[in-house]
Ligand binder design. Structure first.
Ligand code: ADP
Ligand code: MG
Length: 368
C-alpha cells in the first residue's frame, strides 16, 4: 500500500500508475470528490494535518506528495514511521520562494536578480535596482497568483500592502525569450535521469501548451538538463523534481525560476510520448527502484483543458473532434465543477516534429 498526500489530478495519475504496477493506494484529501478518490483503494477524507488520518497514512509502505503546501510537521511525523519522498526538507524549500532562491544560488545556479522584502523597512532606494519587477509572495503562489507587477517604489509599497504585508520576494523582470522546464527523476547520485526539456507557453499566467522537444539549440537544452541535475544533486533530492527555467536575452542564458517537488503539468506529455512517464517514475523512486527510461519516443505537444471551455449553460464541451483525431490522447480528471482557470483535463498530440505537434494541438483546442 502506497500513500499520497493530495488527491488532485496529479494524485489521480499517480494512483493509476501505481495500480498498473500492482500496488494499492491510500489518498489523503479533504475533498470528498477528490479526482484520485475515484481510483484509490482507500480515501482518507480529512484535513492534511488531521492526526488520525496521518497515523493511518503512516501505515503505508511509502508515502509521497502531489503538492508542495504540506506542513513540515506532517512530513516529519510520517518520516518517523515510514519512507517519505521527497523529504520534508526539500518540500519546505520548494514551498518558500526565499528558501528556494537561496538554494538555487547555493547550488551554483543563477536566478533572476531579486531582493527579499519581509517588512516595509526592506523597501529602500536599493529596491529601485529591481524595477520593473514582480512582487511575489514567498509562500502559497501558483498559476500566477500572489504576484503583482510593479514599476515604481510607490507601486512596490502598495503591492506589499495589497499582499497583506507577508514575506515576499521582489524579482526583477527579465528579458524572457522562452520558458522551459526539466523534470528530474532521482533516487541517488548514480541513479538520476532527466526528461527532455519542455517548452512552455502560458496564457493568463496558466500553462497552456508544453512542446517537446523544445524548439531551442541543443546546447541550451543540454545545459538546462545539466542545471536541473545539479540542483537535484545539491538538494540530495529523492523523487520527481520539476525545475522551471527562463531563457533570457541572447537565448543562450538560462536562469532558474522555481522548482516543484513532484510531477509537473509540463510533464504530462510523458504519459503518451515517453518510454516511462513521470508518475511511474514517482512510484518507482518511492519504492526504492531506479528511475526507468526517460526517452522521448515522438515529438509531442500537451494542451491543458481549462474550465473556460465548458458551456455556460451547463453540459460539457463537444469532445468528438478531439477524440476522433488519431494523433490525440485525451485525459480527463473527473472534476465535477468546471470553473474558469480550473484544470479539468489535458490532451497530448504526437506528430513528426514539434512545430506540427503544436499546430495540431492549437487547432484541436479550438474545436472545444
Ligand atoms: P507560479 O508559481 O505562479 O508558477 P512563477 O514564478 O513561475 O509563479 O511565475 C509565473 C509566470 O510569470 C512565469 O511562468 C513567467 O511567465 C512570469 N514571470 C515570473 N517571474 C518573472 C520574471 N522575473 N521576469 C519575467 N517574467 C516572469
Ligand atoms: Mg511557475
Amino acid at each position: 500500500m502506497l500513500g499520497i498526500l493530495g488527491g488532485g489530478q496529479l494524485g489521480r495519475m499517480f494512483t493509476v500508475a501505481a495500480q498498473t504496477m500492482g500496488y494499492r493506494v491510500t489518498v489523503l484529501d479533504p475533498d470528498p470528490h477528490a479526482p484520485a478518490a475515484a481510483f484509490a483503494e482507500r480515501h482518507l477524507c480529512a484535513p492534511f494535518d488531521d492526526a488520525a488520518a496521518l497515523a493511518e497514512l503512516a501505515q503505508c509502505a511509502a508515502v509521497t506528495t502531489e503538492f508542495e503546501n504540506v506542513s513540515a510537521d506532517a512530513m516529519r511525523f510520517l518520516a518517523k514511521h515510514t519512507t517519505v519522498s521527497p523529504s520534508g526538507d526539500c518540500v519546505a524549500i520548494a514551498q518558500n520562494r526565499i528558501e528556494e532562491k537561496a538554494w538555487i544560488r547555493k547550488a551554483g545556479l543563477q536566478t533572476a536578480p531579486y531582493q527579499v522584502v519581509q517588512s516595509a523597512a526592506d523597501i529602500s532606494q536599493a529596491s529601485a535596482g529591481f524595477l520593473p519587477g514582480i512582487l511575489k509572495t514567498a509562500t502559497l503562489g501558483y498559476d500566477g497568483k500572489g504576484q503583482i507587477r510593479v514599476h515604481s517604489l510607490a507601486q512596490l509599497h502598495e503591492a506589499f500592502v495589497a499582499h497583506g504585508k507577508v514575506a515576499c520576494v521582489l524579482e526583477k523582470m527579465v528579458d524572457l525569450r522562452s520558458e522551459i522546464s526539466v523534470i528530474v527523476c532521482r533516487l541517488g547520485n548514480e541513479e538520476s535521469h532527466t526528461f527532455d526539456p519542455a517548452e512552455n507557453i502560458h496564457e493568463n499566467g496558466i500553462l497552456a501548451y508544453s512542446i517537446v522537444p523544445a524548439r531551442l539549440p541543443q546546447t541550451v537544452l543540454g545545459q538546462a538538463r545539466q542545471m536541473a541535475q545539479q540542483l537535484a544533486d545539491a538538494l540530495d533530492y529523492v523523487g520527481v523534481l520539476a525545475v522551471e527555467l527562463f531563457v533570457v536575452g541572447d537565448e543562450q542564458t538560462l536562469v532558474v525560476n522555481e522548482i516543484a517537488p513532484r510531477p509537473h503539468n509540463s510533464g504530462h506529455h510523458t504519459l503518451d510520448a515517453c518510454a516511462a512517464d513521470q508518475f511511474q517514475q514517482q512510484v518507482r523512486i518511492m519504492c526504492g527502484l531506479p528511475p526507468a527510461d526517460t526517452r522521448l519516443l515522438a515529438p509531442a505537444c500537451m494542451a491543458n483543458i481549462l474550465g473556460d471551455v465548458w458551456p455556460e449553460q451547463g453540459g460539457a464541451p463537444d469532445w468528438l473532434p478531439l477524440m476522433a483525431d488519431t494523433r490525440a490522447h485525451l485525459h480527463q480528471y473527473g472534476k465535477q465543477n468546471a470553473r474558469a482557470g480550473r484544470k479539468m483535463g489535458h490532451f497530448t498530440v504526437l506528430a513528426d516534429n514539434a512545430d506540427s505537434a503544436f499546430a495540431a494541438a492549437q487547432a484541436l483546442h479550438r474545436t472545444l
